[in-house]
Design a protein around this ligand. Structure first.
Ligand SMILES: *[C@@H]1O[C@H](CO)[C@@H](O)[C@H](O)[C@H]1NC(C)=O
Ligand SMILES: *[C@@H]1O[C@H](CO)[C@@H](O)[C@H](O)[C@H]1NC(C)=O
Ligand SMILES: *[C@@H]1O[C@H](CO)[C@@H](O)[C@H](O)[C@H]1NC(C)=O
Length: 418
């Protein structure tokens, strides 16, 4: 038995060595991956997959600042700031832009694709770029009296992102910059903004000049993703998962190190590893970027609280935009009524701009339009913008190979007006 285990270890070690024989880990086209990557001029070594946000920003030649805020309920959140582009042009310093990431990710999603990263594009356009990190993500794991190993640390849903994390971060940015903020949220980053915007309408309106929605998410009951067939079973599994996980889980089922081993270096592996994401978000290989996918796939992933995930499932199941539903008994104790708190979208005062995609199975046309129609007239001066590509899916907002012509140029043009 021992002998077999030993043999297995030796074989795995040898094969790992074999796979690692190239030090160049990214190539410009999928064909290049099959060549000798160390001599092919289209391939190079990019260490970003293992680096934290500030290291990547520095490596790409941009200035970086770290800022910390403490929320009312004791979480310490880190924000990163790219105060200007590669060259300083003092006439060109524009407004602060605040970027807020989606579920199971962190600020890395705005900077891990070199020149195709929205964070760098905006900095080079002269904006003062701030990037938030929700509680529980890699950069926001400290708390005044809880440790990240405590079950209570992970006892939060989307509600807390909206009523604690955003107010703390945005108040800080406003106090430092003394200017109104252009807020760009992606997916969960939009949902949290609606929770904030209807819970503290005046405060949000005074801080935010314009709220750009990438994949606007509040109503999720018209989701076309296969997940909608699985989510009805989640309430059954949840108590068990919560017990064995201590309240949090990793956004991808497999650990990073295993992903590195099975998903690289060959394109067939890369493409196989995309299948779960695509089933979830919209199927199509059209937008995969051979040069950045090995980095962004390993980067755009972080821890998720079970309670937060359950809250999202409730949005899918109930089709109501409301706070976490504990069940009538506990709701009465916590909210003073058997129902959860209804997020009344007619209270929203922040002006919005909507961007959605055709092949987004999560924030579908129906879901986005239902949200849009629920908002008061004065908060929607523009029509919904739809990315002009049939195959653009939920993740392509961050990872499409053509994200600049299809989306980021449009965002830059839009912000220019403000
Ligand atoms: C979190 O706390 C640890 C230990 O006290 C400290 O080393 C670390 O710098 C803190 N991180 C942040 C982001 O505040
Ligand atoms: C989704 O939820 C909205 C709001 O509650 C409701 O009007 C709509 O009919 C629901 N759609 C489906 C397909 O359940
Ligand atoms: C939502 O807010 C509006 C305006 O503040 C109010 O008139 C309406 O009754 C509220 N709706 C619910 C369901 O609470």
């Amino acid at each position: 038995m021992k002998f077999i285990v030993l043999c297995a270890i030796v074989i795995i070690a040898i094969s790992v060595k074999f796979f690692r024989k190239s030090s160049n880990n990214v190539c410009k086209t999928f064909e290049d991956y099959y060549s000798d990557r160390d001599t092919n001029k289209n391939c190079y070594h990019n260490p970003d997959h293992d680096l934290p946000t500030p290291e990547i920003v520095k490596r790409q030649g941009y200035p970086i600042e770290h800022h910390h805020v403490t929320t009312k309920d004791g979480y310490s959140l880190t924000m990163f700031r790219i105060p200007h582009g590669k060259t300083i042009n003092s006439n060109k310093i524009k407004k602060p832009v605040f970027l807020q990431h989606g579920l199971g990710s962190n600020s890395c999603c705005w900077i891990n694709r070199k020149e195709k990263s929205l964070g760098f594009i905006l900095a080079d356009e002269g904006y003062d770029v701030w990037m938030g990190n929700f509680r529980g993500s890699k950069y926001s794991k400290n708390h005044s009296h809880l440790s990240q190993d405590d079950f209570d640390f992970w006892d939060f849903s989307v509600h807390e992102h909206g009523i604690y994390d955003l107010p703390a971060q945005l108040a800080y940015v406003k106090s430092i910059t003394q200017q109104k903020i252009l807020y760009i949220g992606y997916s969960l980053g939009t949902m949290a903004m609606y929770i904030y915007g209807v819970s503290f309408p005046e405060q949000a309106k005074n801080q935010i000049q314009m709220f750009v929605n990438l994949a606007p998410s509040t109503y999720l009951n018209n989701t076309k993703s296969i997940l909608r067939h699985l989510i009805p079973y989640w309430p059954l599994a949840e108590p068990f998962v919560r017990r064995i996980t201590n309240g949090y889980m990793f956004a991808r089922i497999y650990p990073r190190e295993l992903l590195k081993l099975i998903c690289y270096p060959y394109p067939i592996q890369i493409k196989l590893c995309q299948i779960p994401d695509m089933i979830f978000a919209g199927f199509s290989y059209d937008h995969i970027d051979p040069e950045t996918i090995p980095i962004s796939f390993l980067q755009n992933v972080d821890w998720v609280s079970i309670k937060g995930f359950t809250h999202l499932c409730q949005f899918v199941l109930k089709g109501r935009f409301q706070s976490y539903d504990y069940g009538a008994e506990t709701n009465k104790e916590i909210y003073g009524s058997p129902d959860p708190v209804f997020y009344n979208l007619t209270k929203m005062k922040v002006p919005t701009y909507f961007i959605r995609a055709h092949n987004d199975l999560i924030t579908t046309k129906e879901n986005v339009e239902f949200l849009y129609n629920s908002l008061p007239k004065e908060t929607k001066p523009y029509n919904i913008y739809v990315v002009d590509d049939e195959n653009f899916n939920h993740y392509d907002f961050l990872t499409s190979k053509d994200v600049i012509p299809l989306l980021y140029n449009h965002i830059v043009e839009f912000l220019e007006k403000h």
